[in-house]
Write a protein that binds this ligand. Structure first.
Ligand code: HEC
Length: 319
């Protein structure tokens, strides 16, 4: 893997003049060289849903997970092997895509400046490779999903807390379009998911008011074009916010990408989590590459960040 990385980087550097897009007053202000990065490995998850993971007969980690062990506690360091197994079609993937890779290493850095939080993500793309164009509009979408400790399943399972067996393209999909959701938005949840057994709107609104939702930020990317920032939330469904609060800058080196998300620490209005020093946030990452859509993406297990100091894998220094 190291060899491939090096080669691609050299090719990429030759094209460094291409595609640098940024919004004034955001990412450039951070001296990223002074911030330590860590690698997170995203794996191809196939149809491995929340319900699948909770079922003993399909997943031998189910019992321990139900008893309190997190996904990362068992699987950290195994992402490459797991992704390779699933992408091959041997497990959890009835529609394997030839030549698709099983995992994506992403270098992650976080920082803040007292007003904004920043997350910098750097990775090497696989290229289009003749893969099916499921989303013809954007070659790549990179997404951060996070929570402030309100949603228990996000803390213990990251994105898996929203990934249900009856969502579009998943094993129990009934053909009706279901995006990501939290089980708490449903009256009843079974092995196949919560379906359309929605709680009444007033109850959903109360959940939202108590912070029971996940916030997500997404950058939609094409080569040589400015990134398109989108944010939203997940509760009853995955819903885009009417107006985005995030800024995205991207550096496209035709092979290597650097994307920096930023968002004010506090954003007024619904469906925004306040980002405050000392609190531990859980987050997950996803990449849809080569025009992939829906479940045909790569995802991370759960990780954590904190501002200034505290208990987390990623500590965002003030810069
Ligand atoms: C107690 C340890 C443990 C925990 C906690 C755990 N797993 Fe697993 N997981 C396993 C073992 C062992 C396997 C391999 C055999 C199997 O599938 O039962 C596995 C297999 C998998 C696989 C299939 C790929 C493979 O390598 O076989 C996926 C996907 C997966 N786990 C996801 C998760 C997710 C998501 C969570 C959290 C919701 C989780 N696991 C929690 C132990 C665990």
């Amino acid at each position: 893997m190291k060899r491939i990385l090096l080669r691609t980087t050299i090719v990429a550097t030759a094209f460094v003049v291409f595609g640098f897009f940024s919004i004034p007053g955001t990412a450039q202000d951070i001296n990223w060289d002074s911030v330590e990065g860590k690698e997170i490995t995203l794996l191809y998850p196939g149809q491995g849903s929340w319900e699948w993971a909770l079922t003993k007969s399909t997943h031998s980690g189910a019992t321990k997970f139900r008893q309190g062990k997190t996904c990362s506690a068992c699987h950290e360091g195994e992402e490459q092997d797991m992704g390779n197994l699933i992408v091959s079609g041997e497990k959890l993937e009835p529609q394997p895509i030839e030549r698709k890779r099983g995992f994506i290493p992403v270098n992650v850095k976080v920082a803040h400046d007292g007003e904004n939080f920043y997350m910098r993500l750097e990775w090497i793309e696989q290229g289009i490779n003749g893969f099916p164009a499921m989303d013809p509009d954007y070659e790549i979408k990179i997404t951060v999903m996070f929570d402030d400790g309100t949603v228990a399943e996000a803390k213990r399972a990251g994105c898996w807390g929203t990934c249900h067996d009856d969502a579009t393209g998943m094993a129990s999909s009934s053909g009706s379009e279901l995006k990501k959701y939290l089980s708490k938005s449903r009256v009843k949840n079974t092995r196949t998911g919560g379906g359309t057994n929605y709680k009444p709107d007033a109850e959903i609104a109360a959940l939202a008011a108590s912070g029971t939702f996940l916030e997500y930020w997404q950058a939609k990317l094409n080569h040589d074009q400015a990134p398109v920032p989108v944010d939203g939330h997940i509760l009853k469904s995955r819903d885009e916010n009417a107006e985005t609060a995030i800024s995205v800058s991207s550096q496209d080196m035709h092979g290597k990408w650097v994307v920096v998300f930023s968002r004010p620490l506090k954003v007024p209005g619904d469906y925004r989590k306040a980002i405050v020093p000392g609190k531990t946030y859980s987050f997950g990452l996803a990449i849809h590459e080569a025009y992939a859509a829906k479940r045909f993406h790569h995802v991370s297990f759960e990780h954590t960040f904190v501002l200034d100091k505290g208990e987390a894998e990623f500590v965002a220094p003030r810069r």
